[in-house]
Design a binder for this molecule. Structure first.
Ligand code: 8YV
Length: 328
């Protein structure tokens, strides 16, 4: 896909495939789509009458990791052949409904592993070393009155990873460089993993100083991190979520933080983004980021190359580059 900076928008030919976007996509991705396809930008939520007219001709959906592509929407698109997700997560797509119709679904794995793992380590350091507070401490002039209270050491601490997939392994690799001990939990123990396996999130939480959540979203992991897990993590433990808001019981998390039942949290994802529980704004031991796990130029460009490449491959009858595991 042409570099965003050098791309001169072209318009697609009149017989080009018609594509529906299911999210406000990264502008260079939109430019590439408009250059190759006739694009209906979020028409299903913007203009019902126009959508009803176009629906019989729409052959693909271009979505993001946060998009909702439910069975009802798929049912309204009789010509739909392909759903290309700009993201590794696709918990908003009804995979069963797509499979029933023989509709392909692709996502963008691997190209964002480092980016999300970097953010996980950054949140661990920011919340334990109180970096955001420290920045405020200097800007507000408090340092003139005396040194900032001490923080907590991360190097050598115990890390628990909930979900040892591609990104979980990238987090573990980084944590090893900090001399941390690493344990994990996931649906099953990984035979070739050098890390200690704990059979549940609660069992893992009881053993660690930092609990990092990096599982897929969806029904299988909804509220996996609940009050029991947070109690096991305890007043010296930190929770980091770079997966999906749905994986953590947000109310239980807010209650645990307000009551000081855990030491703090670094959160990049929330149950109903972009809404964030207001109680968290007053807490110094919480670092909040606006779902920026993969949000760098380099990684979004790589994600766009893959998401656009999957559409190109589909319409050229070539093998898809990165179908979701359920369809690989
Ligand atoms: C989004 C993500 O896709 O990859 C994922 O699953 O959640 C993100 O990378 C991204 O925010 C684009 O909208």
């Amino acid at each position: 896909m042409p570099e965003a900076s050098s791309f001169q928008p072209a318009t697609a030919s009149a017989d080009a495939p018609e594509v529906l976007t299911a999210a406000r996509l990264w502008p260079p991705m939109m430019q590439a789509l408009r250059g190759a396809y006739r694009v209906h930008d979020r028409l299903h939520t913007e203009d019902q009458a126009a959508f009803a007219a176009a629906a019989p001709r729409i052959r693909a959906i271009s979505a993001s990791g946060e998009s909702k592509v439910p069975r009802e929407l798929i049912a309204q698109l009789p010509a739909l052949e392909m759903i290309s997700v700009f993201g590794v997560g696709y918990d908003g797509v009804d995979i069963a409904a797509a499979k029933e119709r023989g509709i392909s679904v692709t996502h963008t794995p691997n190209v964002l592993n480092d980016e999300v793992a970097d953010l996980a380590l950054a949140l661990m350091l920011a919340v334990s070393r109180r970096l955001v507070e420290a920045d405020r401490y200097v800007r507000s002039g408090q340092w003139l009155k005396g040194p900032m209270p001490l923080a907590r050491k991360m190097s050598g601490a115990h890390l628990g990873i909930v979900g040892l997939g591609r990104i979980g392994l990238a987090i573990a690799k980084r944590a090893e460089a900090f001399g941390m001990t690493i344990a994990y939990t996931s649906r099953s123990a990984k035979a070739d993993s050098p890390y200690r396996y704990l059979p549940s999130a609660a069992a893992l939480a009881a053993e660690v100083d930092f609990l990092v959540v990096i599982t897929p979203g969806g029904a299988g992991t909804r509220k996996l991190i609940d009050a029991e897990v947070l109690a096991a993590l305890g007043p010296k433990g930190y929770l980091i979520n770079v997966a999906r808001g749905s994986v953590v019981d947000e109310q239980a998390l807010v209650a645990a933080l307000v009551a000081g039942k855990i030491a703090g949290a670094g959160l990049d994802v929330f149950e109903s983004e972009p809404d964030v529980p207001k109680e968290l704004f007053a807490l110094d031991n919480v670092v909040l980021t606006p779902h920026v796990g993969s949000a760098t130029w380099q990684t979004r460009q790589a994600m766009a190359d893959l998401a656009f490449g999957n559409l190109q491959a589909h319409f050229a009858g070539r093998a898809l580059l990165s179908p979701v595991p359920e369809m690989a």
